[in-house]
Design a protein around this ligand. Sequence first.
Ligand SMILES: Cc1ncc(COP(=O)(O)O)c(C=O)c1O
Length: 377
Amino acid sequence: MKKNILNRPFPNLIFIFKNLSSRKEVDQDLFFFQTGREAFIYGLEKMGIRKGSKILLPAFICDSLAAFIISEGYKIRYVDINMDMSIDLYEIESIFQLENISAFLFVYFFGISFDIKPFLKLCNKYNVPLIEDCSHSFQTKILNNNIGTFGDFTIYSFRKILPTSDGGAIRFKKEINKSYKNKISFSLKNDLIYLIARLVEIFIRNVLNINIYSKKITNLKNKIRNLIPVNKIERQKLIKSKNKISFLLNIFLTNKNYLSENIKIRNDNFNFLLKEVKAMGLKPFITKIKKSTCPQFFIIKDDHGGLVDRLNSGGIGAIQWPGDELPKEIYEHPILYPNSIKLNKMLVYIPIHQNLNKESFKEMLILLSKWKLKIES
Ligand SMILES: Cc1ncc(COP(=O)(O)O)c(C=O)c1O
């Protein structure tokens, strides 16, 4: 079997060792957490938004965030998105007029450069804090500014783009008193165990020649996951930012060359797949991106159904999003949230991260052209 296309970047060991001594300090404006969801709750609390307040969220969202917000005592008001993943400004305005909304979460889905300015104006008019969600990608620029520089605060989940295990973070627009300096420290969980887990993944893929995305392995992974006792998030916990970040996060987040390569490779891979997929007659979801966009995935429309399974069985770490993690409140109300439900079923996300290049996609493109022939017959 051929090598799988991993769905997340791999922490290159040579790169890590080479850069161990040239590490830079992380941005002291950032407050760090293990996850982006913790950063979000911390931000609400620091803004003085009380538990029980209603937060406006796009309905196209994953339950790991939504359930956490609810478990922390906040209420969620969902709004459906448009079929291009944008949000209807007029609908937001009418919600602001009719309901008591304490904050609005603006998500840059998959790094797409949506125009936040009209929402910024609207939120100012109604005095609703605007939160930018750069969890899917943090390097996209709008009008020469990095996303994440407009709202009252911004949340990040660097682990979705960088090969690290921690990486929740928040940046406030106004200065917030911080009584400590962010420090880098070796973390057993986020450095050692993470690296071992990733090496095991590569061993299974390269040495044992096993497709880690096959149904069998996915079921096995789920079974193992279910055996691990989860911290049921029933009780509200005090969310504190951590002053220590892992070595790995520090290395990748502060290396300018790595980051500029990252945006270039993702952009090139996206444009390469765009050309190939169009030529095949398949339907890309986004048909153009700017050089200043750092996409998380390449997205294909699958009206037929079954493409993710087909790609997974061919060793490609493609996903659906949020997939099974679409909140119950959304999938139980198709009249209220038709677009989020449709997009959840229809879109297939293909990895284009920094470890991949044109060569990596060769076999996948053959698989896609066979798929196209099959659905036409
Ligand atoms: C849009 C969006 N925001 C925030 C989060 C939360 O990030 P984390 O998983 O780091 O808590 C997610 C996570 O899945 C997400 O998809």
